[in-house]
Design a protein around this ligand. Structure first.
Ligand SMILES: Nc1nc2c(c(=O)[nH]1)N[C@H]1C(S)=C(S)[C@@H](COP(=O)(O)O)O[C@H]1N2
Ligand SMILES: [Mo]
Length: 203
């Protein structure tokens, strides 16, 4: 009897609720409103072998599974993503603090820069202070649904106040560095390294 009940419970599959389009009175965009223009097209990550690595100038490099990342405290926030191409999407993001993910690895004093790497070879970087002082999220849900493969599953960075090219998708490594001049994929092709939305002219 006990075994039967246990088997029954193991067979329950929890489905994500459908996308929400309103949050605290504010209209949200849809997951389908993004344009697909990733450098190598959508990436399909095998979640069983997936690890998020914290590397570089740290006391002890850390490897997180998808579930281990999701076990950190959950944060939710509506933030708008603006692409330099002229479109934008207002989305309810749910994820964990990047600052908490790196704290466990123990950043070493010379680290002043954080470089994000993705499975498609894309990279982008920020001052370490930016992620520590602004509660920057690594998101696993958009509008209450798991981020789909096209949008960066398992994780997309919510790079608040930065242009869309800073919102790296399919993140698999967070590297602590002492090189504030590191240039990511679009940055090395002429886009502003700070990526601040407040800068009108890029390059
Ligand atoms: N790994 C990776 N992340 C990426 C990109 C990419 O090509 N590869 N494109 C960036 C750009 S230019 C934008 S505007 C945002 C949103 O892009 P999307 O609409 O293709 O999801 O993702 C960013 N993150
Ligand atoms: Mo973009």
């Amino acid at each position: 009897m006990f075994l039967a009940l246990e088997n029954f419970q193991n067979n329950i599959i929890t489905l994500d609720t459908a996308e929400v389009r309103q949050y605290q009175g504010e209209d949200l965009s849809s997951v389908n409103d993004f344009r697909e223009n990733s450098i190598k097209g959508p990436q399909y990550v095998d979640i069983k072998s997936y690890r998020l690595q914290i590397t570089g100038l740290v006391q002890r490099p850390v490897n997180y599974t998808y579930d281990e990342v999701k076990n950190f405290t959950t944060y939710r926030k509506v933030v708008k993503l603006d692409c330099v191409e002229g479109w934008s999407v207002n989305i309810l993001w749910e994820g964990v603090l990047v600052s908490e993910l790196i704290k466990k690895a123990g950043p070493l004093p010379p680290a002043n820069t954080i470089i994000f790497h993705a499975v498609d070879g894309y990279t982008t970087s920020f001052p370490l202070d930016y992620v520590n002082n602004n509660q920057i999220l690594l998101a696993y849900k958009m509008n209450n649904a798991t981020i789909p493969p096209e949008r960066g599953y398992p994780f997309q960075l919510v790079a608040e106040s930065k242009w869309g090219y800073k919102w790296i998708k399919w993140v698999d490594e967070i590297e602590l560095s002492d090189d504030p001049n590191y240039k990511g994929y679009w940055e090395s092709r002429g886009y502003s390294n700070s990526g601040n939305l407040s800068e009108r002219f890029l390059g």
